[in-house]
Structures are given as C-alpha cells and as structure tokens.
Write a protein that binds this ligand. Structure first.
Ligand SMILES: [Zn+2]
Length: 509
C-alpha cells in the first residue's frame, strides 16, 4: 500500500498587509520529500499522526511537501501553485490513499477564496478513485467544495489547539475503515450564519465549549465516524467564512444531516456568547497597574500573530509605558529593520531606535507608528528552537534573526519573522525567564493559555489596534455572504438536508 501525505497550512487574513510568499512556509520555504518526512516524524501534528498510522499499517509513504506559514495576507499565487503541483504530481505517480493536513482557511492572492478546496479539487481530479482523508484546524472555513472533494474530514476539538495529533488519528481511523472497505463515508456540512470571534472560541468555556462538546459526544454515537465543530476564521472576507459543522457517517445520509444540524443549532442558539465586546484600553492598563502581584499577562489581541497581525503595532505597549508600568517582558515584535540595527550595534551596545510600527494597515485605515526606545542589546540569536509545550510539540520554530532590547521598563524580543508566543521558547531561546517579570505582554489570543496561564497572577485583555481586532465592525466585508450574525440582525439558521458526497463514496461498497 502506498499513501501520499501532505502538510500545507495557512490561515489567510484578508485584512493583513503581511505577504505570504513560498519562503514563509519554512526556514527557507517548506520542507520537501525526505526532509519533510524527517521534519514531521515524531511531531504532535496531524501529519505526525498520519506518518505513525502509515507505519502501523505497513504502508509506503510519500510526503512531497510540509510547510506552515504564520497567518498573514492571502498566499502568493506561485507558492500555492508550487505546493499544489508537488502534491498532485505525487498523487499522479500512483497511490492507494491520500491523507492531507490542511488548515482550511487558506485564501490565494488574486481572488481564489478557497485555496484548500481548490487543492482538494485538483487532487480528486488527478485520482478520482483514491480515498482522501483531511485534517482541518478548528478555524477552518469549511466550504461545499472542500466537502465534495474528499471522503473524511475531522477538525481539532480544542482551542488552544492541543489535540492536533489526536485529530490526525481520528481522520486516520475513519480513513482506514474506508480503505479496508468496512465503511462508506457520507458527509454533511452544516454552515452556521455566525461570524464567531476568535477570542470567544476557547473550547473550555461558554458557547464554544457546548458546541465542541456536542461534536465530541456525537462521535461516540453508533454510525458516526467523525463529528467536528468549526469556529471558523472571521478575518477572511470570503463568501463561506463563518462557523460550521461537518459530520461523517457510515453510509447514513439522514444521520449525517440530523447530527450536523443539531450540533450547529447549539452554536446558533448561543450566538450571543460567540461575540466579543471590547473594553477600553486605558482602563485595562489602569487595572493592570493596580494588580497586587505578577506576572500579569497583557494580551494584545488586536495584533495577534496567529490570526494574521502585523505583530508590530505598538499601541498597547505605548499606553503601558505612558501609565508608568515597569518590568514588562514583551513577546515577539516583528521588526526586521530593528533586528538589523541591533545586530549592527552588537550585544552590550547602548542604542536608541524605533521599534515596530513599520507596516501600514490600509484595510483599517491605520498608519504604522513606531515607538522610539533606548536600551541595551542583551542578546542576538538565529531565532530557532524546538517547541516543547503542548501545542505543535516537537516542531522546529523559526523566528528569523532575533535580538533582545532591554530598556529601563521593558525587555523586548524582536524578531525578523512572524512568531506567535505559543511556547516558552520565544523567551527562553533568547535567555529570558518571563516568570520573573511583573507584566508579560503577548500578541496572542489563545495560544498563550497553556504556556503562560499556569504561572500568571492575572490576565488582562488589551484592545489595541491591528488587523486582528476582535471588533468586527472595524473591518469592511465585501465578499462575505449576508445576512451574517452579528453584522446583520436578519441572519437565520437553516438546517442542512443533504449530504455532499464524492463520487468515490457513492461508488464504494
Ligand atoms: Zn486555529
């Protein structure tokens, strides 16, 4: 048995000014071929689970491409075409099954709204009779095209995403039953006209917890192979953005539809709790100032790297310094120019320089505003480390060249590349122990939780500026289908009544 696998992930933010070229998908671009297998074997990712499953089944494996780029603007067309060609060419060489580890919210520059769907369409076209299993992120915007061009879909059940590997296992289990001819998957897609906000998608509380718990429970029902609740990615100005449910059953269309609709109705009924209400930044920093002990996490969620932020907006830090906060460790700021200046100055040098604010954000009418700071260059590194925390465990991370600026009130990690603070490595790899600071400012929304919460005294959400604002009224949606809650009061939930099935599923058994 031969399987073709792929790992190619991007969450595209329509409002981000940060481009997404081929090089963004790895140290110098994605890992290819044998290097891809070496890079992903043993990682707690869906493709890590696919590799383990293939080994257990005694299958030969081809992994033509393994690449992940931090969320940013839609993917450059040539990067998308290159990845598609590598995967489709591998499929054309012949295989018995295909397992893909995708994000599900990839847009391609030039107006291709559903990059993952287009990739799946091409793969299916190249091998119409070969089963395809797909793992997706909880933030996937699931479309009819995606569902129609594969046989099994499962999405993460957690955010923060600590079940990536287990999601790969869920896909592999259902896929294997299909391969053996033991199951005939039927998939139902329930789209929900709710643009859920990322900050309200914590799967351990509120509406999102109820939504995901219903999917977990459904997966234990007889006849259900996979059930997944997708929060969706709201910063995608595409027709099919929004929350959804995908249920895969063994040959039972009615069960698939009924289950998907009843899970979807939970999110719809609790939609008020999927909307974030911003608080005032000045008041948030004032509250931080009066916190009795530290470390207090200052969450700069409007410029969140893992949702497509420029990661260089200085609004929150500027306000914190204005109000006299001190002992602040600042999670990665992306500013290649500042890194170059600090490297030129050298470790130990006293330097004054503008930090951040280098990128304008025309989609929300904001100009970049650097913050001029003086301090000492404390460290310079290549920015590489291996993730040891519970998210993306074992994956090598590349921050680009990285420098640390220590000022009287802050210690700032400045990187060349986008980097979510998803692991202590963003600090420890440059010699910083964040636990010793009174404040830790992170450009994060949810990934910080399993890493920093265990030792934090408090968490304060700081509504700054940026292209990942949790207030959707700051964005102009031209392509999103309407009506959509909370943008429109007239949005209505319609239960799905049909399964979207591939010709393959029809023909099996
Ligand atoms: Zn996600």
């Amino acid at each position: 048995m031969k399987l073709v696998l792929a790992h190619f992930l991007h969450e595209s933010n329509s409002f981000s000014p940060v481009p997404t070229p081929w090089e963004a998908f790895g140290p110098k671009g994605p890992h290819l071929g044998d290097a891809a297998v070496a890079a992903m074997t043993g990682t707690r990712t869906p493709v890590g689970a696919f590799l383990d499953a293939a080994a257990a089944w005694g299958a030969e494996v081809e992994l033509p491409v393994a690449g992940y780029a931090s969320p940013s603007a839609p993917v450059d067309r040539d990067a998308f075409e290159r990845a598609c060609d590598l995967i489709v060419d591998a499929v054309r060489r012949g295989c018995d099954g295909i397992l893909l580890d995708l994000h599900g919210a990839m847009i391609v520059a030039g107006g291709l709204e559903d990059g993952d769907g287009e990739l799946l369409r091409r793969v299916r076209e190249a091998a119409p009779d070969v089963p395809i299993g797909v793992a997706l992120d909880l933030h996937a915007n699931v479309t009819p095209t995606k569902v129609a061009n594969c046989d099994v879909i499962a999405g993460y059940h957690t955010y923060p995403h600590i079940d990536m590997y287990e999601t790969g296992e869920r896909v592999a289990r259902a896929f294997h039953r299909l391969l053996l001819g033991e199951a005939r998957p039927r998939m139902a897609l329930q789209q929900i006209p709710v643009l859920s906000q990322t900050l309200k998608m914590n799967t351990s509380e509120g509406a999102m917890r109820a939504f995901v718990d219903a999917a977990r429970a459904a997966e234990l029902e007889p006849g259900v192979l996979c059930a997944s609740a997708f929060g969706g990615f709201p910063m995608a100005d595409i027709h099919h953005a929004g929350s959804s449910v995908v249920v895969v059953t063994d040959g039972d269309d009615d069960l698939a539809c009924r289950t998907a609709s009843s899970i979807g109705a939970i999110a719809w009924d609790q939609r008020d709790d999927l909307v974030w209400h911003d608080s005032d930044l000045v008041e948030a920093i004032t509250a931080a100032k009066s916190a009795p002990t530290g470390p207090v996490l200052l969450i700069d969620h409007a410029d969140n790297c893992a949702s497509g932020g420029t990661q260089d907006v200085m609004t929150v830090l500027r306000e914190a310094l204005r109000q006299g906060l001190s002992s602040i460790a600042v999670g990665p700021i992306r500013d290649p120019e500042a890194v170059a200046q600090m490297i030129a100055a050298g470790v130990g040098a006293q330097i004054e320089l503008p930090i951040g604010g280098k990128l304008d954000m025309p989609s929300i009418g904001l100009r970049g505003e650097p913050l001029v700071l003086s301090g000492v260059v404390r460290a310079i590194t290549d920015g590489e480390y291996t993730i040891t925390g519970p998210q993306l465990t074992g994956v090598r991370a590349y921050m680009g060249r990285t420098a640390v600026l220590e000022t009287p009130h802050t210690t700032i990690v400045v990187t060349e590349r986008l980097q979510e603070p998803w692991d202590l490595g963003v600090f420890s790899s440059v010699g910083i122990d964040p636990t010793g600071f009174r404040y830790i400012m992170l450009k994060s929304r949810m990934y910080f939780r399993p890493i920093f919460l265990p030792f934090a005294a408090d968490v304060i959400y700081c509504s700054g500026d940026g292209v990942t604002s949790s207030d959707h009224r700051r964005f102009r949606y031209d392509h999103l289908r309407r009506p959509m809650y909370p943008l429109d009061d007239t949005a209505a939930f319609e239960p799905t009544t049909r399964t979207v099935t591939s010709g393959l599923s029809e023909g099996k058994g």
